[in-house]
Every structure is written in structure tokens, then in C-alpha cells.
Design a protein around this ligand. Structure first.
Ligand code: C5P
Length: 227
């Protein structure tokens, strides 16, 4: 299991100093909407300049009509990132076209489809998708697999069922990781890193428990023990 650190801090400098502190560890740097909108693509070069050997995960959760999504994904691939997220609810036609276009490249990022946001409760999910969360997460993931994507973003609680339905090689990436389950903030379905591993998660995403800690490197070292 691999650890992705969410760079969701208020200032670019704070995100970069967090990475400086984490230099030398085997980690993915996750650049989400906040950082990418504020700091742009040059931020990715600044991460590379730290020379920490971080893999770059661009978490933009693309969701649009097929050609718009495919073109946006191609632009992301030009930034030489290692992983990108898209929404599974953008549906099979969009995901299939996007993968056809990306597969024509010499090198492409891993494409991970968001099934159900980890902030969704059962009731909230039902109100949007009109289906129970777990079954719908599996249905959406199966559609994602048929479209040729590499894996899905889900909570720890769906990871095992998705692996059982679609095979071990179909990747799962699980946010909503907490050291202490009472610290949920805006997340709903939270679990710890050990549980993520037991549920065969390939990647965990951790933000606030790391960057709000007094000693972020210590927290990361603890998390890496469970990976
Ligand atoms: O601070 P926290 O550990 O909750 O951060 C989780 C990170 O993972 C955030 O950057 C959030 O955008 C992202 N994420 C998520 N749920 C998803 C996909 C991504 O929480 N389904």
C-alpha cells in the first residue's frame, strides 16, 4: 500500500515546506483543486525541484462531456503527472474515449475514477444517486473497469467488495483515513491505515492528520509502518 499526502494547505510555501520535511520518504504528493487553482502547473515543477522523488497525483476529479474530459486529461498528461482522478458518474462513453486518447500516448498517468465521495453518508448518497452506496460503488467501478481505467477512489468500506467483484489488479485508492476516528471533519466514512490495508487498498490519501500535526514527519512514519 502506498501513501499519498494531500497538499491542501492555504499557502503554496506551506505545502512546499511540508514536502521538504518529508524528503527521502516513499510518498505521493497529491495536488488537489485548491493548490492547482491557486498555484497552477508551475507548482508541479516546484515539487519536482525539491528532489524528494515524490510521485505526483493530480486530484482534479474531472467531470464533463466526453471530448472536454478527454482533452483536459491529455493536457494533464502533458504535465507528466503519475496519477489523475475523474468522476465515474461521467459515464462509460466519456471514460472510454478518455482512455483511448491516453492509451495512444507513450506514457500516461494512472486514471482513477471517483465512485462515492468519502464525505457522503448513506442518506446523502441515496439522495443523489437513488441507489445504496455500496452496490452503486461496485456498479460504477465495474463500468469504470470496462472503460479501461486503472482503478477507483472509494472508502475503505467498499475497497474489499470492489476487489472481490473486479479482481485484485483493479486498484483502489482510499481517502478518509484518520488516526483517531473522532476527528472526522467533513469526512463521513473514515477508517485507519491498518483497516485500509486489511481491505486491500492500494493507496491511502491523508491530508489534515498529517499537515495539521505538530510533527508531520512522525505521523507519516507511523502511517508508513502500516502500509
Ligand atoms: O484532510 P483529509 O485527509 O480528509 O483529506 C482527504 C483528501 O482526499 C482531500 O484532498 C480530498 O479532496 C481528497 N478526496 C477525498 N475523497 C474522495 C476523493 C478525494 O477526501 N473521494
Amino acid at each position: 500500500m502506498q501513501l499519498c499526502v494531500a497538499l491542501d494547505l492555504e499557502k503554496k510555501e506551506d505545502n512546499l515546506s511540508l514536502l521538504q520535511e518529508l524528503k527521502g520518504l516513499d510518498l505521493w504528493a497529491k495536488v488537489g483543486l485548491r493548490s492547482f487553482i491557486r498555484d497552477g502547473a508551475v507548482f508541479l515543477d516546484e515539487i519536482r525541484k525539491i528532489d524528494g522523488n515524490f510521485k505526483i497525483f493530480l486530484d482534479l476529479k474531472l467531470y464533463d462531456i466526453p471530448y472536454t474530459m478527454a482533452n483536459a486529461a491529455l493536457e494533464c498528461a502533458k504535465l507528466e503527472i503519475d496519477m489523475l482522478t475523474v468522476h465515474l458518474s461521467s459515464a462509460k462513453s466519456a471514460l472510454t474515449i478518455l482512455m483511448q486518447r491516453l492509451n495512444a500516448l507513450k506514457k500516461r498517468p494512472l486514471i482513477m475514477g471517483v465512485s462515492a465521495l468519502t464525505s457522503f453518508s448513506e442518506e446523502e448518497f441515496l439522495s443523489v444517486y437513488n441507489a445504496p452506496l455500496k452496490t452503486q460503488a461496485i456498479t460504477l467501478s465495474a463500468m469504470g473497469k470496462e472503460s479501461g481505467i486503472d482503478g477507483v477512489v472509494c472508502s475503505v468500506f467498499e475497497s474489499l467488495a470492489i476487489k472481490e467483484a473486479l479482481g485484485k489488479n483493479f486498484l483502489t485508492l482510499t481517502p478518509g483515513i484518520r488516526l483517531n476516528k473522532n476527528d472526522k471533519e467533513d469526512q463521513e466514512r473514515v477508517a485507519n491505515a491498518k483497516e485500509a490495508k486489511q481491505n486491500l487498498s492500494d493507496f491511502i490519501v491523508v491530508g489534515r492528520p498529517i499537515y495539521q500535526a505538530k510533527e508531520p514527519r512522525e505521523v507519516v512514519l507511523e502511517l508508513l509502518k502500516d502500509c
